[in-house]
Design a protein around this ligand. Structure first.
Ligand code: ADP
Ligand code: MG
Length: 277
């Protein structure tokens, strides 16, 4: 199983759009996916048409110890479950302030979920902060994907983000790696996007070999700005159901293909059939 935390403490960079469409694209390829919405704004839930108003149990109930992820998850489309969130989750930051082991709650909950039902992917959509919810996601995940909008302040804040992954790796989750950077809202017509990509590559090359981001790749698939991606959430659909032929669907389809190609590298080695026979 791969568990991917989609994080960036900046808002509006494409975290939710990437989480939802990555998860939905993987599900279309037959992978069993659970998308966990960790943003109190609940945008990922709404994007998949999962309404978390009223009495619907949410991920807040998991953090407060009242329910399991298995109880809370909802089937959104074939092969794809969503664990919804709502504004109640905002209280978690405060409520857990003194709780021992507060960083490990989600990790434990995911382990129990996977004992009941196997998934190929867990995708976590983080809020725009480096608070306890994001730390929980980083502690539960094996991989981090960072959506980045290549504009002139794109790299500002990135070192803080990277430091946080290093801290979590050191203290809470030895397995954590930053595996990919997704360039979102990409403007093909500007030189700026290309310059920022170059800067980023140089930064990665010159990083400490032990840093969790050392082997991060910038995904080849660039997610262009496409109005269909902004419209799809209002229809409660992923881009693949809302506008399957749009540039947005093509770009996220390409990203999903790259992610799936990475499965080979992480699959357990297949014992070769004896050559001698
Ligand atoms: P975050 O989760 O990081 O805050 P979102 O994924 O919610 O960012 O994106 C911010 C806004 O930009 C949303 O309204 C979303 O629909 C829109 N958006 C995201 N990616 C694209 C894109 N490639 N093209 C057009 N609009 C986009
Ligand atoms: Mg978001």
């Amino acid at each position: 199983m791969r568990s991917i935390c989609v994080m960036n403490q900046k808002g509006g960079v494409g975290k939710t759009t990437t989480s939802v469409n990555l998860a939905a694209g993987l599900a279309k390829l037959g992978r069993r996916v659970c998308l966990i919405d960790l943003d109190p704004q609940g945008h990922a839930s709404l994007h998949m048409g999962v309404d978390a108003f009223g009495q619907t149990p949410t991920v807040y109930d998991v953090f407060s110890g009242k329910r399991s992820l298995a109880d809370v998850k909802q089937l959104a489309v074939d092969n794809m479950w969503v664990v919804p969130s709502d504004l109640d989750l905002a209280a978690t930051e405060v409520e857990l302030v003194d709780a021992p082991g507060r960083e490990m709650i989600l990790r434990g909950a995911i382990e129990r979920l996977c004992q009941q039902q196997p998934f190929d992917y867990i995708v976590m959509d983080c809020p725009p902060s480096l608070g306890v919810l994001t730390i929980n996601a980083l502690t539960a995940a094996k991989e981090v994907f960072i959506p980045l909008q290549p504009h002139f302040l794109a790299l500002q804040g990135l070192s803080k983000l990277f430091e946080t992954t290093a801290l979590v790796k050191r203290r809470l989750n030895r397995d954590l790696v930053v595996s990919g950077i997704v360039l979102c809202l990409y403007e093909t017509s500007t030189r700026l996007a290309a310059d920022i990509t170059d800067d980023l590559m140089r930064f990665l090359e010159h990083s400490d070999p032990k840093a969790p981001w050392k082997n991060a790749r910038i995904f080849e698939s660039r997610i262009r700005r496409n109005i269909k991606l902004a419209e799809a959430p209002s229809f409660g659909q992923s881009i693949f159901d809302y506008a399957a032929k749009s540039p947005g669907a093509l770009d996220y389809g390409a990203l999903v293909a790259e992610v799936v190609a990475g499965e080979v590298a992480i699959a357990p080695p297949i014992t070769p059939v004896s050559d001698a026979a």
